[in-house]
Design a protein around this ligand. Structure first.
Ligand code: MG
Length: 252
């Protein structure tokens, strides 16, 4: 069965990367929670989507240039007055949850991966008993190299619509081979049966991201994606269940 990943803790249902969204996700009948990580200037690891606080909190500033105290003083929009979590706090929220981690390495404010950050995240996950149930993702090829040097955990390459368009399927597969990429995640709107077949025939697993509407979720299910991320995890669970029952009836 196609796996569901609650994107940033279910942004459209609970706000963007909010403690409430992550807590709710920990108790849901789905397989993964997706989140993004950024370093602070004083060595903390913050769970937040953007490299800055500007878009989704009441404060502004570049996380990597701030202290963790200052970052955690920000109130996240639509969060019921909550503040950004550290990676350790996220691990604690999922302590008794079977939901696996899908940890994304985002670029910093200047568009590059953070220097020497990957090993620190891996160490923190290991120290909190979470590394073995984590899959990593990134749009950044340099980060995929760092991941392979630091851990044996599975990882996937997120391919954006412009990169897919510019490379084309053949070159995308050749880059994936060059970087030992075992899995590719495509935006659901750019995913097709032809691309899926091309990836699978090369032994590369195929997943999707940004399946937020019922239609997009059904598309991911129909494509037989390994996994998809969604900002509407409750909707995704309902759509997948209806899909499963429908297919059961057809095969009965
Ligand atoms: Mg992400």
């Amino acid at each position: 069965m196609t796996r569901i990943a609650s994107h940033r803790g279910g942004t459209l249902e609970f706000g963007d990367s909010t403690p409430a969204g992550f807590s709710a996700t920990a108790a849901m009948a789905l397989e993964e929670v997706e989140f993004d990580v950024h370093p602070t200037a004083d060595g903390a690891i913050i769970v937040h989507h953007d490299p800055t606080l500007d878009r989704t909190t009441d404060r502004s500033g570049i996380i990597a240039e701030m202290t963790s105290t200052d970052v955690r003083a920000a109130t996240i929009d639509y969060s019921g007055g909550s503040h950004p979590l550290t990676l350790e706090e996220l691990c604690a929220l999922f302590e008794n949850s079977p939901v696996a981690f899908r940890c994304e390495f985002k670029p910093g404010a200047a568009g590059h991966g953070y220097r020497d950050f990957v090993p620190r995240v891996i160490e923190t996950l290991a120290a909190n008993g979470r590394l073995e149930t984590t899959v990593f993702s990134s749009f950044l090829l340099e980060t995929l190299i760092a991941l392979q040097q630091s851990s044996d955990q599975p990882f996937l390459w997120l391919v954006s619509p412009p990169v897919l368009h510019q490379l084309g399927v053949k070159a995308m597969i050749s880059v994936a081979r060059q970087y030992n990429v075992p899995e590719i995640g495509l935006n659901i709107d750019t995913a097709t049966p032809e691309i899926r077949d091309a990836l699978v025939s090369e032994g590369i697993a195929f997943g999707c991201w940004a399946a937020h509407s019922a239609q997009q979720i059904e598309k991911a299910l129909a494509l037989g994606a390994k996994v998809f991320t969604t900002d509407r995890p409750s909707l995704a669970i309902a759509v997948r269940e209806a899909w499963r029952l429908r297919n059961q009836e057809i095969s009965a």
